[in-house]
Design a protein around this ligand. Sequence first.
Ligand SMILES: [Zn+2]
Length: 92
Amino acid sequence: MYPDCVNCDLRFEREQGYFVGAIYLNYAATVIIVIAGYIVLDYFFNLSLAKQLIVWIAFGVCFPLFFLRYARSLWLSIDYIFDPENGPGDRT
Ligand SMILES: [Zn+2]
């Protein structure tokens, strides 16, 4: 990951631990999808609990790895919405 945006100089990691919020977002997205997916598969396909566990444990391991970069991007966007003064060009 680059330290700054190559287009607008937005600094990505402003301080140590800045992306802890992205981990929360990643976890929340994973849990929401797992719960919703469990309910959908149970309702439409009537899968057994063992099969559901296999599917959703595998998903719960793989999805956060895939989604990490998007969670970071989302976290940066949320931070920028609530604190635009520390956005592009403002280096302190
Ligand atoms: Zn940019």
